[in-house]
Ligand binder design. Structure first.
Ligand code: DQA
Length: 147
């Protein structure tokens, strides 16, 4: 099973940025733990602060991966273009947030991408990514079993 993780703007600063909200560890360190935990899954990781680059990545891998885990950061709340990109590809996308966006400022309560995603996971810290992977694994197993 092949999963692409995509992190959007400012998520390159994990471990440094607003530690009370986003935690103390870098994504690179966390990714290492994920890879050790899910030895049966192959992961690719991409981070960009640029909206168009995130869209290009979704187009590039969105027809061949078993799932995409997308933390679009602040673009979640603003980007029709990323929402359209998700709709335009075949791979299922799980929307992920580290913080509970619904307990924060009102402008974070709106997600323009959510309705084009398989589902959304928000508020479990970095563990949100693990939960997203679990959900894609179940989906993939169901698909394989029904063949
Ligand atoms: C975030 C929540 C967004 O509102 C914010 O702009 C981020 C991170 C999260 O993971 O909690 O950059 O997506």
């Amino acid at each position: 099973m092949k999963i692409q993780i995509i992190n959007g703007p400012n998520l390159n600063l994990l471990g440094t940025r607003e530690k009370d909200i986003y935690g103390e560890i870098t994504f690179e360190k966390y990714l290492k733990l994920l890879k050790e935990h899910f030895t049966d899954i192959s992961f690719d990781y991409y981070q960009s602060n640029v909206e168009g680059e995130i869209i290009n990545k979704i187009h590039k891998i969105g027809f061949s991966y078993d799932g995409i885990i997308l933390n679009a950061g602040a673009y979640t709340h603003t980007s029709v273009a990323i929402a359209d990109a998700i709709k335009g590809v075949n791979s299922p996308v799980v929307e992920v947030h580290i913080s509970n966006v619904f307990s924060r400022e009102e402008y974070r309560h709106v997600s323009l991408i959510a309705s084009n995603c398989l589902g959304s996971i928000s508020g479990f810290g970095l563990d949100s990514y693990r939960l997203a992977i679990e959900s894609l694994r179940v989906l993939n197993k169901d698909k394989t079993d029904s063949k």
